[in-house]
Design a protein around this ligand. Structure first.
Ligand SMILES: [Zn+2]
Length: 440
């Protein structure tokens, strides 16, 4: 039986050679036979090192993960080994972020505050995506959402994307025309006051402990969103030298949040678990509410292009989550908060008989005026009397709109209107924070 091939362990000198090789190559050395040639150049250099310096390399070899291998590189000369490690790091960071969402939802559920907790869902439209990995933004929308309240408020803004990178003007034009149609330059509603924009976002996300709540974006927009938030902070620093350079924003997976919210309605009910991450993305991607009323900002309504509006997209996320989760929490749906009012009016959601007509002090529908409001501390309770709910829904399957399970319509009562419905979308466009409770 042939002896097993022993893998050579690295020693300090090998680590030294590996670190020196690129430097020597940069100085013009050539090593056609690989490390065999490197040895002759590196030996005298190694001998010149002090024992302390050598000890550092020996330690690296000891700690090191590598066995001596022929270093294979990609076309840019980046060792594949290194690339694999970077990929691995990215994967573990991603897993960690997903775990954080799971832990957050699980914690809120054990505290009994999951239904009351406000999550911030965001969407960004961009002027163009460059191959340099840039995504200058042109429109942003954020909604403050809870299972109990639905959309409690929102923020919408057109952002001045600034000078588009040379060579991308035409691509930006094509992108705009085929999607959101926002002009890439000279757009009169675009806000170039980045400090005001970032301050508005921070103000919206500010928590009582001084922390900034994370933003939830769909997985396909994650890279873009991280770039844009960083871009905004950098713009602020350019505008104001004393501006805090630390980016306070965190981006979490909205897909994962949706998955966890639905699952946590009843952990013992496996039918509440989405079968795959792709299915979660599908639900958002269907855009079931894109064409409902009061979805887009005023400008996109006037342009007759509601589906690509950032505000439409982000409201669609909130309504889709409500559609597939609230019923499982015994939570009723409020028009323009959990579902578009016209959907309710179309009898797709019906009003339950008013069994008890009384004041409901616990109704969360009244939006507080101040921005520093905290999470609702309302009891976890279905608002059964006169509440909007869906008809013909099989518990745990999903609601009628998305599941298509509604075949017959009962005669609906009047729409429950205890909520303060949002104003027409886009009020005060270009003015910064648009709040549901805005009084001017
Ligand atoms: Zn819009």
């Amino acid at each position: 039986m042939p002896p097993k091939k022993k893998q050579k362990k690295e020693n300090g000198f090998m680590v030294f050679m590996k670190s020196m090789k690129p430097q020597l190559e940069a100085k013009g050395h050539r090593f056609p036979r690989g490390f065999l040639d490197v040895i002759s150049v590196c030996s005298p250099l190694w001998n010149e090192l002090s024992s302390e310096e050598k000890a550092k390399y020996h330690q690296k070899a000891k700690d090191g993960d590598g066995l001596v291998k022929e270093e294979r590189c990609d076309t840019r000369g980046v060792p594949l080994n290194l690339k694999a490690k970077e990929e691995q790091k990215k994967v573990s960071e991603k897993d960690e972020l997903l775990q954080r969402v799971e832990d957050m939802v699980s914690y809120l559920a054990t505290q009994g505050t999951l239904e009351n907790h406000y999550f911030y869902l965001a969407h960004f439209n961009i002027a163009v995506a460059t191959s340099e990995g840039e995504y200058p933004p042109c429109e942003i929308s954020i909604v403050k959402f809870s299972l109990l309240d639905g959309i409690a408020r929102y923020y919408h803004e057109f952002i001045e994307p600034g000078q588009i990178r040379l060579g991308y003007a035409n691509e930006a034009k094509i992108h705009s025309e085929s999607t959101h149609q926002i002009p890439t330059n000279g757009f009169k509603l675009a806000n170039a006051n980045y400090v005001a924009i970032v301050d508005n976002i921070k103000k919206m996300l500010l928590q009582s402990d001084g922390g900034i709540a994370p933003l939830f974006v769909v997985d396909e927009d994650k890279v873009k969103a991280v770039y844009i938030l960083d871009w905004l902070v950098k713009k602020c620093c350019q505008m104001n030298e004393t501006y805090d350079t630390v980016n306070p924003f965190k981006c979490y997976s909205l897909n994962k949040l949706f998955y966890e919210l639905r699952r946590h309605a009843d952990l013992n009910n496996p039918s509440l678990m989405f079968a795959s991450p792709a299915l979660v993305a599908d639900h958002f991607g269907k855009g079931m509410f894109y064409y409902s009323k009061n979805m887009a900002c005023q400008w996109h309504v006037e342009e007759d292009n509601v589906t690509f509006c950032s505000l439409t997209r982000v409201k669609n996320y909130a309504y889709t989550i409500s559609d597939l989760c609230c019923e499982n929490y015994d939570l009723s749906l409020l028009p323009n908060r959990h579902c578009p009012a016209d959907v309710a009016d179309d009898n797709r959601y019906v009003v339950l008989p008013k069994v008890v007509k009384k004041e409901e002090p616990e109704t969360p529908a009244v939006v507080k005026k101040n921005d520093d409001e905290e999470e609702s501390t309302l009891p976890r309770k279905p608002r059964a009397p006169a509440a909007l709910t869906l008809k013909g829904v099989v518990p745990g399957i999903g609601r009628g709109i998305l599941s298509g399970s509604m075949s017959s319509i009962q005669s609906p009562g009047p729409s429950q209107a205890t909520s303060t419905p949002p104003p027409p979308a886009g009020r005060g466009r270009g003015r910064g924070l648009l709040l549901l409770d805005e009084s001017n």
